[in-house]
Design a protein around this ligand. Sequence first.
Ligand SMILES: Cc1ncc(C[n+]2csc(CCOP(=O)(O)OP(=O)(O)O)c2C)c(N)n1
Ligand SMILES: [Mg+2]
Length: 611
Amino acid sequence: MLPFESEISKEAEHDVMARNVSDFLVQRLYDWGVRRIFGYPGDGINGVLGALNRAEGRIEFVQARHEEMAAFMASAHAKFAGEPGVCLATSGPGASHLITGLYDARLDHVPVLAITGQAPRTARGGHFQQEMNLARMFSDVAAFVQEAEAPSQVRLLVDRALRIAKADHAIAVLVLPKDLQDEDYAAPARTHGSLPTGIGYARPLVVPKTADLQRAAEVLNAGSRVAILVGAGALQATDEVIAIADRLQAGVAKALLGKAVLPDDLPWVTGSIGLLGTRPSYDLMMECDTFLMIGSGFPYAEFLPKEGDARGVQIDVDASMLSLRFPMEVNLQGDSAATLQALLPLVEQKPASSWRTRIERNVADWWKTLEERALAEANPVNPQRIAWELSPRLPERVIVTSDSGSCANWYARDLKMRRGMMCSLSGGLASMGAAVPYAIAAKFAHPDRPVITLVGDGAMQMNNMAELITVAKYWQRWSNRTWICCVLNNEDLNQVTWEQRVMEGDPKFVATQRIPDVPYHRFAESIGLKGIFVDDPKRMGPAWDEALAADRPVVLEVKTDPEVPPLPPHISLEQAKNFMSSMLHGDPDQAGMLMGTARQVLSAIVPGRKE
Ligand SMILES: Cc1ncc(C[n+]2csc(CCOP(=O)(O)OP(=O)(O)O)c2C)c(N)n1
Ligand SMILES: [Mg+2]
């Protein structure tokens, strides 16, 4: 006996136990720690489904209504559980349906593994049914995509795919031809061209060198008006961000994906930034002399300090995100928390200053403005009021998700997060249709936590409505029963309507913008959920109370006013001209706007003027 044959590794034991390629795959995923797969079946992946069935629930299968939703769920799982999300689809159309959800994960830098079927190897290249070149199709979205050719290669592919996904916060795709799934498994032989791979990945702590930390500290110590921007990369660094902000007497703005980094009751937290942002965040960035950016890829450079106006320091674990939005003087590659911990002893305590006092005054004034805006009359319900009434009622440890649409503005600006809460949305991709699948994945990851999602009616009609059926199927498994989908029924694709008006200077194009009125709350009731309908602003607060007290998932449908503008915090003169031009060109909803909340537009144009 040769020496290497006498030692059977743990991997080899598993290999021997596995019956076929699919059984092996399931076992290997389990060994990597996978406990849940979001997906949708099809004959192209039936081999793997059979193995999942034989594994008797060791890996849970969550059935979505659509593969794109399964991919959104995998993306949200990665965000809320902090481990790779796994989604599964059949060959051809199932695989192509995954794409948008995978891009969502990729643009927000979270790890997802997708497993798809493929036409049998014997038919590949034969214009066979459901045959697509999946490696080519996934090659842009995925950091690793490989079609399996032989049973003994599968171990290598699973190991490599999951390691790359985890290490690089990336997308990996494993394509399994149908016939291969049912073949007998074979461990990699000890021959030339065979690779015996292993399991496991441990993330290193990345901390910059002391000399670089010192350079960063010098820049920060020299500044007298420091602005900080935090993103999703700082979600695990709340204490450290608070410490450095206090040390520097800085104000902190939050990128959309970093909304949960800091609680909104801290007086120097200026809230969100950008088109969905706040006035104090805008002023903070325009008036600072020193800019510290932590774990953010916030895309809109025009909302950051002007080049040359401020000195910059950035911390990001991903070097490719450094100095990408602003030319930083010091670029630190490192984990946010560990880097800040190492930086803090080098940073001098700044004295109390008019800078911070001004920030705090701006923030306090801004919250008053938001309250006035939220409570302003509208027809019938002012959508800002939804978030305004929800904030004080948010349960401890809640997870909030939002769709892309005007509700993302109210989510970003009006919702006051507290410590211990989580929230997210499709950030980089800003895709419609992510809110409900995100909220489902949140509940699977944390069945004991309340979950609330804000969704536009267009996004409901696009796909979120169908995904309510998934909620109806699974909710009884969740130990905490609070799952609320708040639908903003404005019969309009409102965010884009306002973009037509303000960005393009065009009137609302009714053919593209108006959408049918659908009784979302009644649909909910018809599938066993609770439905609540609100068309009176005074009922908004009590309706939240009722939804939060419900013993089952709720669809809270609110008839909202499409003429409340989801405005950028600071409208440029050009945008103001565009808005006026849309009025002159006969916007169909002109009357409602001029009577109602268009004054909010006009007051935003003239800085400092209150409505
Ligand atoms: C998949 C996708 N298609 C189109 C868009 C462009 N888009 C962004 S917001 C929006 C309107 C959303 O309408 P709705 O869900 O009704 O929300 P509202 O803005 O009316 O509150 C559209 C069409 C997008 N972001 N994603
Ligand atoms: Mg709408």
